[in-house]
Design a protein around this ligand. Sequence first.
Ligand code: CAA
Length: 395
Amino acid sequence: MVFQLTEEQLAVKEAAREFAQNELKTGVIDRDRHMTYPTEQVRMMGELGFMGMMVSPEYGGSGMDTLSYVLAMEEISKVDSSCSVIMSVNNSLVCWGIETFGTEEQKEKYLPRLATGEWIGAFCLSEPEAGSDATSQRTTAVEMDDHYLLNGTKNWITNGGTSRLHLVIAQTHPEKGHRGINAFIVETDSPGVTVGAKEDKLGIRASDTHTIMYNDVKVPKENRIGDDGFGFKFAMKTLSGGRIGIASQALGIAGGAYELAVAYSKEREAFGKPISQHQAIAFKLASMATEIEAARLMVYRSAWLKDRGMDYNSASAMAKLFASEVAMRQTVEAVQIHGGYGFVKEYHVERLMRDAKITQIYEGTSEIQRIVISRNILEGQLYLPIYGDFAVEQA
Ligand code: CAA
């Protein structure tokens, strides 16, 4: 077992850290307060290769592994989770979904634009009555001569107002249940696509979350992804990897709050010494560091499994479940360490605490992750961490 990043992975981590600290930190509080979409910052992320990190160079991407992507997500999320969710949806849901399951024509047509950030993508699964219960899709895609006719409403769509491409999940054969669902690539300038108002959110306030309406939108047949009826499996398989992205976002939020708490506790004095010298605070820092390290191992491992073509469905659900709960707990601790200063906007930690909450909700709530994990234990293969023959023998 080698707990060591390669030189290339370390360079990616360093580049992302520099970008986040130098380019994202300035203005992040204002963008949060005014819900200002980070247009310039997203443009820079495209230029630096962060928008298509795992897309192969053949299609204009950076051709990196999942672990490199996780490292970049972690560093960017320490500072600005609005930027990292834009990046995460584009990379691990939209680009990965198209590259893994799309036709050669779809990849050639769309990936170069998405991977460079020229186009931003959105993943349109959730509906007013189909959130956690994702099989209950009401959006319909009726098959016509040379196209599908798309009708319905999607909500909570990240990148909803800024995307040029939607991956839309819709029901084609209601009598077949989830086996009648399809996934489509929809260009957002198609007649009949309407973007609703931007949501006013608790956290990740600068990211762009909207309701989207499709009214008799004609989607060319060649824009369907996979065989007829593959749409639900497409969504599940794509989300399984997407959860690694959100887990790394949660890890970054926790890490960002921890770094701020350590620095503050060394500067702030009470009772004649820095508060870090009081055991009450020193023990908090020790617990924070321990939990964050445990989350980091789970997140990196799920990326490692994915990079080796091994089963990562349980691992990504566990990583997201644990990392998001660590993010919530540790951001609350960071606010506590900051005392009154933690309660005001200037010190960043209250924003990190608000941003942490969504990681327990999107791409599958914590409750959904527990469903995925428990079903893998009880109905599927008994979950075993893959540490070689020893683990197999233990079974
Ligand atoms: N890979 C492949 N197939 C899978 C799968 C996976 N990971 N998970 C499920 N499936 C298949 C099952 O095998 C089954 O197929 P068959 O019937 O052909 O055998 C089919 O999918 C249905 O599965 P279930 O019977 O398990 O379905 P269910 O209704 O009980 O629910 C669920 C499954 C896991 C709860 C699912 O509905 C789910 O993941 N819900 C959460 C949805 C979610 O994560 N939404 C996030 C929105 S996207 C977002 O947030 C992006 C953003 O903007 C940040």
